[in-house]
Ligand binder design. Structure first.
Ligand SMILES: NC(=O)C1=CN([C@@H]2O[C@H](COP(=O)(O)OP(=O)(O)OC[C@H]3O[C@@H](n4cnc5c(N)ncnc54)[C@H](O)[C@@H]3O)[C@@H](O)[C@H]2O)C=CC1
Ligand SMILES: O=C(O)C1=N[C@H](C(=O)O)C[C@H](O)C1
Length: 239
């Protein structure tokens, strides 16, 4: 498969290694210094572009790739609030294709299935309150992490006593607080903690490196090249 990379930072470089090891060809690499390459024949020849950049630029990168007729797989976080509805419309009604996930690792996919199951159980046990924390490297631009928001939304769907997530401190019983910590070069840790007067139950996903995210993104690209529409991890893995 012909892959273009948009964003050649920590994730772009990790994805390049995995894509090459799986026999794919990298036909174009776009970063800040060669934006004109969105118009190149090499970029237009890609079956899929894999985009990992930053919250403020992800949406415009999708638009540039769509204009060049290229499907996109993206893990950039922090843009959904502003542009989520528009992107959904473009994919549902406008024939564009975006596979987006706040976290591409298989481990987080499994963790998310456990998270939903635990929240369903906890729905019957009001003695337990729930909080979440996420720890990432100091370079991360968005907080809470995209993964924490996805996990929080899963809890809200399954735990009737929580109505919204909030940053840091809860001010009401129906709020689920997400505490964000930025520390060293941590690739990503997410913990969900249920606590009663008697005990506590915690589940944690701790990424050891970025290989899991990168492999998931390449698997998503392989999946996306002959699909159309707005796709996500639930299309790739069935838990
Ligand atoms: N969904 C997932 O599994 C994961 C998502 N991420 C997300 O991916 C994004 C990137 O993460 P990293 O690679 O760690 O960041 P990074 O900062 O190491 O790399 C980002 C790269 O994008 C480039 N860039 C910035 N603006 C650009 C533009 N307009 N066009 C092309 N390139 C541009 C930067 O110059 C840099 O090389 C972040 O939003 C992060 O939260 C990170 C890891 C996993
Ligand atoms: O910025 C990162 O590094 C990561 N971002 C994603 C997120 O916001 O959840 C995924 C992973 O945790 C690493």
């Amino acid at each position: 498969m012909k892959i273009a990379l948009i964003g050649y930072g920590k994730m772009g470089k990790e994805i390049e290694k995995i894509a090459l090891s799986r026999g794919h060809e990298i036909v174009s690499i776009i970063d800040l210094d060669n934006q004109e390459d969105f118009n190149s024949e090499a970029f237009k020849s890609a079956d899929v572009a894999i985009e990992f950049t930053a919250p403020t630029v992800a949406y415009s990168n999708y638009m540039k790739a769509f204009a060049a007729g290229v499907k996109v797989v993206s893990g950039s976080t922090g843009w959904m609030d502003e542009h989520g509805d528009e992107i959904k419309d473009l994919c549902d009604k406008g024939g564009k294709t975006l596979f987006w996930a706040s976290n591409f690792s298989l481990g987080v996919g499994i963790f998310s299935a456990v998270n939903k199951y635990l929240a369903k159980i906890m729905n019957q046990f009001p003695a337990y309150d729930v909080t979440m924390s996420e720890t990432h490297h100091i370079h991360k631009l968005d907080a809470p992490s995209g993964t924490a928001i996805t996990l929080a939304e899963e809890i809200l769907e399954n735990l009737d006593r929580k109505e919204r997530w909030v940053k840091e401190e809860a001010n009401a019983a129906n709020e689920l607080p997400i505490h964000s910590i930025r520390e060293g070069e941590v690739p990503g840790i997410h913990t969900i903690r249920y606590e009663s007067e008697a005990d506590s139950i915690s589940i944690t996903h701790d990424a050891k490196n970025r290989k899991g995210f990168a492999l998931g993104a390449v698997l998503a690209a392989e999946f996306t090249c002959n699909k159309q529409g707005l796709l996500g991890m639930n299309d790739l893995f069935k838990f």
